[in-house]
Design a protein around this ligand. Structure first.
Ligand code: TXA
Ligand code: MG
Length: 345
């Protein structure tokens, strides 16, 4: 498939270019677009044939439902029902932004989009290119992350083009994503809302708006693969070609450098991803993720893809803690590591 590709500057949007992509969406084709979290692979959410093309382009199992993106809070009423006041409060506070809300779906949302569920995931993204594309397309846009299923989600246009050229009809190249980790997903169909996927909007922030919020039990243990309520959480995820390990415990630098030497003797090339402070401590290829958790989140997926591009065999990642955004960061990292943690005594 031939892919058309354009650069669009979010601060100075050329509407004539964007109209081309809106026409692709109207014609039931797929378009990759920037969001504030990760790049998305979009199509008309209300057109089953268009949605089928998303699954095909990603190689994604079709029982895994898609997030439907809208350009205003009012549109929620067209797609969902039984919208309780806590959901409304969260939309008003955090939209447009990196939070996805699960509600009972209306008939208009095809089963293909909701993966056969009676609920629908809705999000109003905080990216002017995407918001404008939705309004020019005159339809909500379903968009999962724009990675091939199982791979790290792209957060830079360069990585999108490397992974997805010729798999979709169009790619809109925008800026690097602000957050770099997918949206927080919250289920509002229960009395007490439940976080199904952690993201940059934290449990604490949600609770200060709406009181108690639960965390899906499957997120707290390794077996999340089995009982996860967000179907996508059960699949192999975020995995680069390299094997990833999380390292933690005492004398990290000395212990990791020993492992690096051992790997070298087996002709295996090692890379380390770490915080800024530690970037000079390791005797191998290092990617500095930054100096705080927000930066670590923003750079995480891109660092995994960059390590693959450097033909690294083994990646060691420092442990970043579970506070605030750390929960989302560690959720993604543990998955990409297949839950392999090396703890030094
Ligand atoms: O930040 C994001 O959320 C990005 C950007 C593109 O918006 N999108 C994204 O989509 O991460 P995706 O498809 O990669 O992840 C969506 C997750 C999946 O784990 C899916 O199972 C879950 O949302 N999901 C979708 N609809 C659901 C529903 N009705 N009930 C429970 N989980 C749902
Ligand atoms: Mg994804």
């Amino acid at each position: 498939m031939k892919t058309i590709i354009d650069n669009i500057d979010e601060k100075n949007i050329d509407e004539n270019i964007l109209i081309k992509y809106a026409n692709l969406i109207k014609n039931g084709e797929t378009v990759i677009l920037p969001t504030e979290t990760v790049y998305g692979l979009g199509a008309n959410a209300l057109d089953e044939n268009a949605v089928a093309k998303i699954y095909e382009a990603k190689g994604r199992p079709s029982d895994n439902p898609l997030i439907v993106h809208i350009d205003s809070i009012e549109k929620v009423n067209e797609l969902a029902q039984n919208i309780n006041y806590k959901a409304k409060k969260v939309m008003n506070k955090f939209w447009p932004g990196p939070i996805t809300i699960i509600l009972d779906k209306k008939e208009i949302v095809p089963n293909k989009t909701s993966g056969g569920l009676k609920t629908v995931a809705l999000r109003m993204p905080n990216n002017n290119i995407f918001l404008k594309l939705i309004s020019l397309s005159e339809t909500p846009i379903a968009a999962p992350s724009a990675n091939i299923s199982g791979k790290p989600s792209p957060t830079k246009s360069k990585h999108v083009v490397e992974q997805m050229n010729n798999r979709v009809s169009g790619i809109i190249c925008g800026n690097d994503c602000d957050f770099g980790i997918e949206s927080t997903i919250v289920d509002f169909t229960e009395e007490t809302p439940v976080i199904l996927r952690p993201g940059s909007i934290t449990k604490e922030e949600l609770e200060s708006e709406i009181g108690e919020v639960l965390i899906d039990k499957s997120l707290l243990k390794k077996e999340d693969n089995i009982n996860a309520k967000a179907p996508g959480m059960k699949y192999k995820h975020y995995s680069p070609n390299a094997e990833v390990f999380i390292v933690d415990g005492n004398n990290i630098f000395e212990n990791v450098n020993n492992l690096i030497r051992e790997n070298k003797s087996k002709n295996l090339v090692t890379g380390v991803i770490c915080i800024d402070e530690n970037k000079d401590k390791y005797d191998c290829e290092v990617i500095n993720l930054g100096s705080d958790l927000d930066e670590v989140g923003k750079n995480l997926f891109a660092s995994l893809i960059d390590m693959d591009n450097k033909n690294i065999d083994i990646i060691y990642s420092e442990y970043f803690g579970n506070n605030g955004v750390g929960m989302a960061v560690m959720n993604r990292l543990l998955k990409s590591a297949g839950y392999k943690v090396i703890k030094f005594d």
